[in-house]
Ligand binder design. Structure first.
Ligand code: ADP
Length: 324
């Protein structure tokens, strides 16, 4: 059992307060993703859980132990970093087994663990290679292998896919999700990428300036964003906002339709506008429309016949609008 509990946690560097009075509980076996823009405090939180940073105030527990004063090695956590942190002169086998050898585990036990881990991560054929002979994705799998063999209570991932190209990122996302299903352990995963957050998380924590903006399942934060920050951070292309003096109305690009193509709506709202840009992405097209007071993005399926300069009629359901 390894839930992780942060109670009233604060962190300062000198006079700079980075996190203040933060509460968060991660359940056993949960895949929790911390997401937010650069500088919001995600890595600091993760590093405090790992024990790489001290906690200024508050209580941090893993399982039933308060770990504030425990060394990282005594917390039974394993961390996977963005830069892999592999030893270049050691082959994959030696890299994966490094921590176990340092613990002086018997050779046969080490061998069994390394081969099991390599099997899960499809590294069996690569055990003799050095890191320089591996692709970025393979290197990251080795660093995950090193984490798995230690059989930790909690896996901590710090932006593990940021160094990979887009195609590899999406295949590694699938591997990490499968890994979670196989090892059934608590994972806390930091990223600035909302797509990673949406696709991986059981629950997402959205952070801004060291404060939690919302905690929820991917669908909760997408469908019912707690505030405008969450609404604009989650979802691509970004939610459209129509600003009024006292409030802001938001509508997602996929909730606006070209008149005549819409599904049945409870409270349809019509809108006319001039097309200022069409982006064709293949499976979908993004139409940028100026409707007088507002510029809106409309997402439609497939390839659209609409062209720049066209005047088009749009419709959306007021039920789908978000008010902030
Ligand atoms: P993120 O991971 O979300 O990009 P960080 O947790 O790295 O953000 O940083 C949060 C804030 O704490 C930033 O404003 C950063 O400048 C500050 N910070 C991080 N580490 C230190 C440090 N060692 N000394 C002073 N400020 C720091």
């Amino acid at each position: 059992m390894a839930n992780v509990k942060l109670s009233n946690i604060s962190k300062s560097y000198g006079d700079t307060k980075v996190i203040e009075n933060l509460d968060l509980e991660v359940s056993d076996n949960e895949f929790l993703v911390l997401v937010g823009p650069s500088g919001c405090g995600k890595s600091t939180l993760l590093r405090m859980i790992a024990g790489l940073e001290g906690v200024t105030d508050g209580e941090l527990s893993i399982g039933d132990r308060v770990v504030n004063n425990l060394e990282p090695k005594d917390r039974n956590i394993a961390m996977v970093f963005q830069n892999y942190a592999l030893y270049p002169h050691m082959n994959v086998y030696k890299n994966i087994s490094f921590g176990l050898r340092a613990q002086k585990m018997p050779k046969d036990d080490i061998d069994k663990k390394v081969r099991e881990g390599a099997e899960i991560l499809e590294l069996t054929e690569l055990l003799e290679r050095k890191p320089a002979e591996l692709s970025g994705g393979q290197r990251q799998r080795v660093s995950m292998g090193r984490a798995i063999v230690r059989d930790p209570d909690v896996f901590l991932f710090d932006e593990p896919l940021s160094n990979l190209d887009a195609k590899l990122r999406s295949s590694m996302r699938i591997e990490i999700k499968k890994l979670h299903e196989t090892v059934k352990k608590t994972i806390i995963y930091v990223t600035h990428d909302q797509v990673e957050a949406m696709t991986l998380a059981d629950r997402i924590v959205i952070l801004k300036d060291g404060e939690i903006q919302q905690i929820g399942t991917p669908m909760e934060v997408y469908k019912k964003p707690a505030n405008k920050f969450v609404a604009s951070f989650i979802g691509s292309p970004e939610m459209n906002f129509m600003e009024y003096p006292d409030f802001s109305l938001g509508i997602r690009p996929e909730d606006i339709y070209i008149s005549g193509t819409e599904p049945t709506m409870k409270r349809p709202q019509k809108l006319d506008g001039d097309v200022i840009l069409v982006e064709t992405l293949g499976a979908e097209s993004l139409i940028r429309v100026n409707s007088g007071n507002h510029d809106l993005t409309v997402k439609v399926n497939g390839i659209t016949k609409v062209k720049t300069g066209d005047n088009i009629s749009l419709v959306f359901d007021k039920e789908e609008m978000h008010k902030f």
